[in-house]
Write a protein that binds this ligand. Structure first.
Ligand code: HEM
Length: 551
């Protein structure tokens, strides 16, 4: 209002000066008006004007909006604001971008499931879309909703859906065997403490590389494998709002020596190099008739395909980047919780439940990638997903049509941020102990373990609705298979000198990253039945020796 009055005053002054034939005052006045308007735009204007009827968090700064208060850990600050101001849904200004933040479990569910069509879009960001993705196309998770995205999502859905799963059994068998084979060797069958994360990173990455390119790497510290993981993690950092202010504060893009743009270009080149290398290998294998069944070979060979080269790269990139951090983040942290004194009791209960379903552990090893039928293990996997919300603010959405939110009209093109971490620890939904890791919350009976019926959505870690995670079934199968093999082989006990951090916020060493990177820790592995583990490993080696030899 004040600004409106200023402008009206200036305009009347300009009019007066003009009628007095004063050319100079007119020019000055116009300059002042333009300058005021420019300053206002730089300092306060947002892409979407204030949404009436939706609370806005007080104290936004000029230019930066709420970015300064939000700091590095947006999920935890928004969770705090929800409780402080008693509004689960509010608006904030991320620099020049207005965003609606949704916090409680019920509101996240209602926003995504009750408005599936309206929330089907994703926002475009300057650094990620404009600089990093300019060569290989956008990943599915960052693609705005259009015909191309629809095709890519459909292709990914087919490759990752439940019916396709049986094609991957040999791969699940091989990759989960490799975790145990190498942990067994490197820990000298439990004599030395180990950090489990690198083994799980290779597990997740090999799975998606095999799916996409028919290529895998056998050694945990393989150079290409580590390069893919390093570049992928660095790019994940550049995607989060807290790390990348220039996405929301445009003038920062034009500062001399723009380090963000320089490192984005460097990462883009490094990523292009390995993606092209992988695709060239597939082309070479097709030429030599040695290609393995995989997404890129199927598309490259199928002349009829409706997908362009950039779309194929984008699908492969989406699958590789979709799993390589989320699965290790979830599984490593889960192992951390299981290794605590309380967690060791859950491990023993899970082990008993596995034996109840598979009196012969060898059968458990061969069925774990086919079925998920051990209730206690399923409960651990669900709790790991909920408690360690590795993608704490999910992936941003954008409205395509207006949403009437309890009378407030959220216009099209508004950024919607789902605070999955807050919703997953909502005491109104999960009870007073929502902040505790407890697999048994997913059981209706502990002895014998019986899974509780879930009415719809269990937790928010995979998102939900029109753009829910395409890889959630495969993720759950991978977590189940690897945990079953680990729990039947060893009792996992936290290291005394390097124990895990099991706090659902502090376990993450990089809060600015899009996907959490757990702090390093070590565990001791106490063999449960060494003879049986040796036998299971021998049989697995026998079964898998002909599958996907190292490429
Ligand atoms: C524990 C493992 C995983 C977690 C926690 C996770 C989490 C998520 C989340 C939060 C989203 C955004 C959902 C939304 O907006 O509602 C997402 C999208 C996606 N995820 Fe996952 N994910 C995991 C594993 C995977 C895997 C293994 C793959 C592929 C192999 C994958 C592929 C995708 C794709 C393609 C999308 C984009 C969907 C779209 O935008 O249409 N994810 N994931």
């Amino acid at each position: 209002m004040e600004k409106q009055a200023d402008i009206t005053f200036l305009l009347s002054w300009v009019e007066q000066a003009r009628s007095n034939n004063g050319v100079l005052p007119v020019a000055i006045a116009i300059g002042v008006v333009l300058l005021t308007s420019l300053v206002y735009h730089i300092a306060f204007a947002t892409d979407i004007p204030h949404i009436k009827g939706l609370p806005e968090i007080p104290g936004a700064y000029p230019v930066f909006g709420h970015l300064i208060q939000l700091g590095e850990d947006h999920a935890s600050v928004c969770e705090k604001w929800w409780r402080q101001y008693n509004h689960s849904v509010f608006q904030v200004k991320l620099g020049n971008t207005r965003a609606v933040v949704v916090n409680s479990f019920e509101d996240c569910k209602k926003m995504l499931l009750g408005n599936q069509n309206a929330t089907i879009d994703r926002p475009k960001l300057y650094t990620f879309h404009g600089v990093i993705s300019s060569t290989q196309g956008f990943t599915i998770g960052s693609s705005p909703w259009d015909e191309s995205c629809k095709k890519k999502r459909k292709a990914a859905g087919t490759a990752l859906g439940r019916p396709a799963m049986r094609n991957y059994y040999p791969m699940f068998d091989l990759e989960s065997y490799c975790i145990l084979r190498d942990i067994h060797k490197d820990s000298q069958n439990g004599a030395l403490e180990v950090n489990v994360r690198p083994y799980i990173q290779r597990y997740a990455l090999n799975t998606t590389l095999t799916l996409c390119y028919g290529i895998r790497m056998d050694t945990v510290y393989d150079e290409l494998l580590r390069e893919i993981l390093h570049v992928g993690s660095a790019i994940s950092m550049l995607r989060s709002a807290s790390e990348n202010l220039q996405d929301y504060v445009p003038f920062l893009r034009y500062l001399p020596n723009n380090k963000k743009n320089a490192s984005s270009k460097d990462l883009r080149e490094r990523r292009d190099k390995y993606l092209n290398h992988l695709l060239d290998k597939v082309r070479e294998m097709i030429k030599n008739g040695t290609d393995k069944p995989c997404i890129s070979a199927a598309i490259l060979k199928d002349q009829e395909t409706k997908l362009t080269g950039v779309e194929v790269s984008s699908i492969c990139l989406s699958l590789v980047s979709g799993g390589f951090e989320t699965i290790p983040g979830t599984m490593t942290s889960c192992i951390g919780s299981l290794s605590t004194p309380e967690g060791q009791i859950w491990q023993d209960r899970a082990y008993e439940d596995i034996k109840r379903h598979y009196p012969d552990i060898r059968d458990a090893w061969t069925d774990c990638y086919v079925n998920e039928k051990v209730p206690y293990l399923n409960a651990i996997v669900k709790e790991a997903g909920r408690y360690y919300t590795v993608s704490s603010m999910s992936l941003p959405r954008k409205t395509v049509t207006e949403i009437n939110w309890n009378g407030a009209i959220i216009p099209p093109k508004t950024m919607i941020l789902i605070n999955a971490q807050a919703g997953n620890h909502d005491t109104d939904h999960f009870g007073k102990d929502a902040n505790k890791f407890d697999p048994e919350r997913w059981l209706s009976s502990v002895n014998p373990p019986v899974e509780a019926e879930i009415n719809g959505l269990g937790h928010l870690s995979f998102g939900t609705g029109s753009r829910a995670c395409s890889g959630q079934f495969i993720a759950s199968r991978l977590l189940n298979a690897a945990l079953l093999r680990l729990i039947t082989s060893y009792k996992i006990v936290a290291s005394e000198s390097e124990p895990p951090n099991t706090d659902y916020v502090e376990y993450n060493q990089f809060k600015t990253a899009l996907v959490a990177i757990p702090r390093d820790f070590k565990v001791n592995l106490i063999p449960r039945d060494s003879a049986m583990t040796t036998e299971c490993l021998r049989l697995a080696e026998e079964r898998t020796k002909d599958h996907y030899k190292e490429s």
